[in-house]
Design a protein around this ligand. Sequence first.
Ligand SMILES: NC(=O)c1ccc[n+]([C@@H]2O[C@H](COP(=O)([O-])OP(=O)(O)OC[C@H]3O[C@@H](n4cnc5c(N)ncnc54)[C@H](O)[C@@H]3O)[C@@H](O)[C@H]2O)c1
Length: 388
Amino acid sequence: MAVTKKEIRFGIIGCGLMGREFASAAARWCHLLDLDFEPRIVAVCDVNAAAMTWFERNVPTVGLTTTDYRKILAHADVDAVYCAVPHNLHAQIYVDTIRAGKHLFGEKPFGIDLEANQAILDAIHQHPRVFVRCSSQFPFFPGAYRIAQWIREGRFGRIIEVEAGFWHSSDLNPLKPINWKRRVATNGAYGCMGDLGLHVLHIPLRVGWRPKSVRALLSKIVTERPNQSGNMVPCETWDNAILACDVETGDQAFPMLLSTKRIAPGHANTWFIRVLGTEFSAEFTTKNPKRLASLPYTAGGEQAWHAVDVSYRSAYPAITGGIFGFGFSDAILQMWAAFCDELVNGPQMRQSFYCATPLETAESHRLFTAALESQRTGQTVRVAHLVD
Ligand SMILES: NC(=O)c1ccc[n+]([C@@H]2O[C@H](COP(=O)([O-])OP(=O)(O)OC[C@H]3O[C@@H](n4cnc5c(N)ncnc54)[C@H](O)[C@@H]3O)[C@@H](O)[C@H]2O)c1
């Protein structure tokens, strides 16, 4: 008997790199097994009309293309919006979307700065029936997903330390042209932290590891880049950030080292997490995406790292055999399944790792704001939490 699926009609605002990723994930929804929900992209918007051509050619369900995002918000057939635009536009477009009563999947950092993030959170508070989440796909890699489960199961004993990072290297090339991600006006003063930081924080914040204080070391390495005409212009944003945080949970205190780097030679989209504990340690990196390493320990016993190929076992079952590999676009598909599942089924969603919440983005903004102050003053700075 055919399963009746709840269809979620999406409008996409911002048809660049990430807008296309979502459209591709929606196009292969049949990859996922036995779901009772399904996204359908019915409208797209980009100020650059040429960016919508790909959608017109490849997404037959699109009935509306527009350069004015307000037309998406006014469209009765749109239930939810995916918004993937430069950071300086997050506050305006996210708030307008929420006020229009459309569910929202926003991109990080969820506001260009703390004030913008607060404006988005205020709008959510005023419209409690609107469902809002923020994109962050790396925890859906099978190895990362397993580590998050192990943390929640309390396997690690006393935490010794945590290290997590997200590293890129294409900016090592001084000839790479400038774009909006290298300008403070469009990317924000956080620089690489705003761009990459929520990815690094998603699992730590989810399991309650909120930094209490931070000492930040921020680097600007390439200070000029060519523009479209080949003239050198300032490259203003922080390239790399190392954040030494101290975490206190109810019963433990431990150091957590977070790093976001645009210039980590040799690394292309390397996301990793390493948790060391007195009873168990574990490590996963997208550099070696099948491999999950762990070290169980009992007093006086041997200390041996074990490595297993976890392959294709993520949150939502898929047609891909468990023996096959898992990649970036699979993580995007899994994240979208989590968003749609929670939107349709709420707390009864099929698995419990939900997408990053607005409150988690707010915690990340508080950390990045404190990190900027730490860099300015050379001091360790206390992070102002939402709820202490
Ligand atoms: N989750 C991830 O892994 C990931 C990866 C890259 C980027 N991002 C995030 O996604 C967002 C977009 O980044 P991107 O890499 O897709 O950028 P992009 O530059 O490839 O695409 C942005 C698009 O927004 C369009 N745009 C600008 N102003 C607009 C407006 N007023 N209305 C409609 N469209 C408008 C641009 O023309 C462009 O096509 C950012 O928040 C970024 O941080 C997330």
